[in-house]
Structures are given as structure tokens and as C-alpha cells.
Design a protein around this ligand. Structure first.
Ligand code: KIV
Ligand code: ZN
Length: 557
């Protein structure tokens, strides 16, 4: 069988030959006017449309996040949408500063029914649309360009006429040339100008013209050219809010919306996490977080990210991808050892009063309610940085570098053995059994240290099974004096190769942790001990290293 995968079946999207392109030199410096279409476009795309309870939950979230414009349904086409609009109005669910929006096709009877759904609303956007692209004109409607303009103009007139019947409501009119991005831009502008002529908006009473990429069919720079061309040629630009409604067929829904803002648009329609027809609507969370990460107030509260995800999942029955931009479960997690190491170093240097500057973390995960525990996760790819970081957080200490290297090996072995990820408790268990296990032949019962000039003398009582040994030794510090005492008593010469001690962070029972590496009979033994007394912690760590050497020599014997 021959493959049907044949690129010759498709044509390149025609680009606009523009010589006055200005948008590439623009920057975004403030949030656009947001409009959530979760309850309309998002809802229309669900396998199971939202129940009343789900709509109410989604509405509550959108209001809590700070949306000021929310498209709540298509009331003339759906009884549940009609009932939901009535519930919002009759139950006084719409805050003073929030405006609801409803969608309707440019058909008289549907427009009439739409206004009925809105009776009693303080303020509402009536959003009317018809399709304008060549494929819709030629193959779906069988209409000429004039036929499409006539539908739009008739719809616009009906919208204005019906509004006059309900003067108690503050009405805002919105028109969408559906499939704008696939329409010849000159024709799309002609249709919109005809609608604007009907509505006669003013700077104090603006109309909204919404430009949909109903199907995303070109690169986002092409869309930006279309929007810039439109902004330059639309009538009464100062009386029109230019809105953008992109879909994500090529995966560039957010990029296209951002570039459209550069090209002059004022308003963005989209959905939370991008639910919508086919590959979805423009994802407002991603675009808002893109702004936030550039130091721009998104004017939406995304700090409740986990609440947003839980609500969207519960209302749409669609799981959020763990690598979803900004808010996915794994997006602030580093498994790679070099990434973990870099994150750890940068976090240690990051202070609260400086701009955020941490390798591999474009924003502070805490802003979204994520903690640093989840930033670093340990598997067999992780190396030394990650495990040390998690241990340091759990134990309240900072490990010396040599100790970080020591820790890495047993952790790596354990994760290879398990063929999977280790959590903080697993890592603590490995650390304690490898380095803090003081089981063995000797244990410290007591000691006394005296200093004579620069020399230290120690006398210590050491349990050796059922017997008590009294050991004596000298050195240029208490630690070397103890090593000397144990050498004399047991014949085991413990050369201290590494030694560090750390105060344990407040709140812990013990105040000191000692890290010792001793060379005994040609092998290195590392031990860690924690105690309320610094010297006791150090001496216990040395004994623990000696115990390990004893266990090893018994194993060899
Ligand atoms: O994608 C689209 O074109 C729409 C319009 C109805 C605005 O959702
Ligand atoms: Zn849409």
C-alpha cells in the first residue's frame, strides 16, 4: 500500500507583502484586556459539556482570578447556557466590576432570544459573528463577498435594534469575522468597517472587533502582519477595541496572540490551560505567566495555580500535562544532576531584595505555591547536587563539598537498585544507614579534655562490648587527641582526612553535626554524628568511622 503522507496535497499560506511593518520593534509593557471564553468556546469543545455545578465552579474561579470580562455561553443555541445566564443575573452572581458576554450567530431569531437571556443584566457584551473566509463563503454558504457583508450588516442592525428595547442595561457590541486569519485581510476589514458603520461607536462607547484565528493556519508573524494591517485600515480606530481570539492548531496560539498585541491589539480572548476546539484556544495561563516572568503585572491571580488546575480538571475532565508551561507538575523539577547543582548554588545566593536570577528556574516556584522540595527530585541521573539539597533542607545543615560527593554514591546505587525516583524520606534513610549508623564495637561513654600550652590531652571512657576502656591520648586538637587515644588502645590508626562540623538550624533538638572521614588501614571511612554538644558529635563520628573499619576487617577475616 502506498503512503498517503504526501505534502504536495497542501499549499503554503499566502503572506502579506508589507513594507511598513512596525510590530517587530514593539514590546509589551502591560497586560491586555482579558476575556475568558472557558464557559463558551471551551465548553463547546468538551466531550461532556459542563453541568450547572461545573459552570458555577468555573465561574467562581474566573471571578476569583480577577477576570473582568467573561463569555458565559451561547444562550440562544443552548438551554443550559440560557439557564446559566439567567442564574447569574437572577441570583446576583455578577460582581460590579465584571461584565458577562454572550455569543450569537448573525440571525434575527437567535439575536432576539439572546437579549431575552440577558434581561436584568447591569452591563453585557453581545457578541455576534459570521464566517468570512473563502472556503466558508464558497463551500459552506455558497455566498459572494457581498452576501457575507449583508449577513454581517443585518446582524449588526438587529443587535443594535434589540438593545434599544432594553435600555436599563449598558450594552457593548462585539463583532467577529469568524475565520479572520484565513480571510483576505482587505475583505475582513471591509466587513468589519460595514459593521462599524452600523454601530457608530465613539471613544466613550467603543465597539469590540474580535479577530479570530479560528483555525491557526500560518506562522504567528503572518498573523501579526494581518492584525497590523487591520489596525491601520479599520474605521474609527479610536472607537474600537481590537480583540484577538487565537486557536492553537500549529501550537503557536500564545505566540500569535502576543505578536498581535505587538501589532496593536488591545484585548485577548482565551481559556485557562488552553481547553478549546481541536488543539485548543489560546492559553491565558501561559500568556499571563509569560508577562509575569518579564516583570509585567498580568492583572490575573495565577498564584492559586493548584486551585486553577484542580478546577479546570474537574470542570473539563481533561488532565493537565505534567509539563504544561508554567504550571505543570514537573516544570520546576530538575532530575539532571548538573541542573540540580546549578539550582542549588543559585538558590543559596538568591536574596529577597534582588531580581530573580536562578539557572533553570525562569520564575520562583514559590510564586505559584510550589515549594523547593518539588524542585529537586532524585533519580539515577541526578548526581550529587539534588540529594544533598534535599538532605540539607530536611536536616537543616549545609554539607561540606567533600561530603556532598560522598553522599552521591550510595544514593545513586539505591536509585539504580530501585530503578526509580527516591523521595526525601528514602534519601534520609540511605544517608542515616550509610553515615550515621553508630552500631559497632565501640561507643563513647564520657570524656575529659585538658589543654597544656598548644597540646590537648583527652581521657575518655569507651564501651567495648561488656567492658569499659579508659583511653588516653594527645594531639594538637581534641579530635586528634582522641584518634591518638583510640590508636593506643586498639592499634587502629585513624588518620583524619576530612573534618567539618555544622550548627544545625534552629528548631532541631541537636545543635551540631560532625562529618569525619578517616583513613584506617588504607581505606577511607566516612561517618556523621549529631549531638547537642559539638565535641561529643565529633568524637562519636570518629568512633563510628573506627567501628566501620572494624566491621570491614571482620568481614575480610
Ligand atoms: O474561533 C472562533 O472563531 C470563535 C468565534 C465564534 C469567535 O470562537
Ligand atoms: Zn474560538
Amino acid at each position: 500500500m502506498t503512503s498517503r503522507f504526501d505534502h504536495r496535497k497542501y499549499r503554503a499560506f499566502p503572506v502579506i507583502r508589507k513594507t511598513d511593518r512596525r510590530w517587530p520593534d514593539q514590546t509589551i509593557s502591560s497586560a491586555p484586556q482579558w476575556c475568558s471564553v472557558d464557559l463558551r468556546d471551551g465548553n463547546q469543545a468538551l466531550i461532556e459539556p459542563m453541568t450547572v455545578a461545573q459552570k458555577q465552579r468555573m465561574w467562581a474561579l474566573l471571578v476569583k482570578m480577577g477576570f473582568k470580562e467573561i463569555e458565559v455561553g451561547f444562550p440562544a443555541a443552548s438551554q443550559p447556557d440560557f439557564d446559566f445566564v439567567r442564574w447569574l443575573i437572577e441570583e446576583n452572581q455578577i460582581p460590579e466590576d465584571v461584565t458577562i458576554q454572550v455569543l450569537v450567530q448573525a440571525r434575527d431569531e437567535l439575536i432576539e432570544r439572546t437579549y431575552e437571556s440577558l434581561i436584568g443584566a447591569r452591563r453585557a457584551v453581545v457578541h455576534v459573528y459570521n464566517s468570512t473566509s473563502p472556503v466558508q463563503r464558497n463551500k459552506v454558504f455558497g455566498l459572494s463577498q457581498q452576501g457575507i457583508i449583508d449577513i454581517a450588516v443585518k446582524g449588526a442592525r438587529k443587535v443594535a435594534d434589540e438593545a434599544r428595547k432594553y435600555p436599563a442595561t449598558e450594552w457593548v457590541f462585539q463583532y467577529s469575522p469568524e475565520s479572520f486569519s484565513s480571510t483576505e485581510v482587505q475583505f475582513a476589514t471591509e466587513v468589519c468597517n460595514a459593521v462599524i458603520d452600523v454601530w457608530q461607536p465613539t471613544p466613550d462607547n467603543k465597539a469590540i472587533i474580535n479577530l479570530p484565528a479560528t483555525v491557526e493556519s500560518a506562522m504567528p508573524n503572518v498573523f501579526a502582519d494581518q492584525v497590523e494591517w487591520f489596525c491601520d485600515n479599520v474605521n474609527r480606530r479610536d472607537s474600537v477595541t481590537i480583540s484577538i481570539h487565537t486557536h492553537n492548531d500549529r501550537g503557536c496560539g500564545v505566540a500569535a496572540a502576543e505578536m498581535a498585541i505587538l501589532a496593536g491589539a488591545d484585548r485577548i480572548e482565551g481559556t485557562l490551560l488552553g481547553n478549546g476546539e481541536r488543539t485548543g484556544n489560546m492559553d491565558i495561563i501561559t500568556m499571563a505567566m509569560n508577562l509575569y516572568s518579564q516583570g509585567i503585572d498580568p492583572e490575573l491571580d495565577i498564584s492559586i495555580a493548584d486551585d486553577i488546575i484542580a478546577t479546570v480538571e474537574a470542570c473539563t475532565n481533561i488532565k493537565t500535562h505534567p509539563r504544561h508551561p508554567w504550571v505543570g507538575e514537573l516544570v520546576y523539577t530538575a532530575f539532571s544532576g548538573s541542573h540540580q547543582d546549578a539550582i542549588r548554588k543559585c538558590l543559596a545566593q538568591q536574596s529577597d531584595d534582588e531580581p530573580w536570577d536562578v539557572a533553570y528556574l525562569p520564575i520562583d516556584p514559590q510564586d505559584l505555591g510550589r515549594n523547593y522540595q518539588s524542585v529537586i527530585r532524585v533519580n539515577s541521573q541526578s548526581g550529587k547536587g539534588g540529594a544533598s539539597y534535599l538532605l540539607e533542607q530536611a536536616l537543616g545543615v549545609t554539607f561540606p563539598r567533600w561530603m556532598q560527593i560522598e553522599i552521591a554514591q550510595p544514593i545513586q546505587k539505591e536509585s539504580e537498585r530501585r530503578e526509580g525516583e527516591l523521595n526525601t524520606q528514602d534519601i534520609l534513610n540511605v544517608f542515616r544507614t550509610t553515615f550515621m549508623n553508630s552500631d559497632g564495637r565501640y561507643s563513647l561513654a564520657g570524656y575529659q579534655v585538658d589543654k597544656h600550652g598548644s597540646q590537648y590531652h583527652i581521657q575518655a571512657s569507651v564501651n567495648d562490648g561488656s567492658q569499659m576502656m579508659l583511653v588516653h591520648g594527645n594531639g594538637n586538637g581534641a579530635i586528634s587527641a582522641f584518634a591518638d587515644a583510640m590508636h593506643k588502645a586498639t592499634g587502629l590508626d585513624a588518620q583524619i582526612v576530612q573534618f567539618d562540623e555544622q550548627a544545625v538550624a534552629e528548631g532541631s533538638d541537636a545543635s551540631a553535626m560532625a562529618f569525619v572521614q578517616a583513613s584506617i588501614r588504607g581505606s577511607r571511612y566516612t561517618a556523621v554524628s549529631q549531638d547537642g554538644d559539638t565535641l561529643t558529635a565529633s568524637l562519636t563520628a570518629i568512633l563510628s568511622a573506627i567501628n566501620k573499619a572494624m566491621i570491614d576487617s571482620q568481614a575480610v577475616a
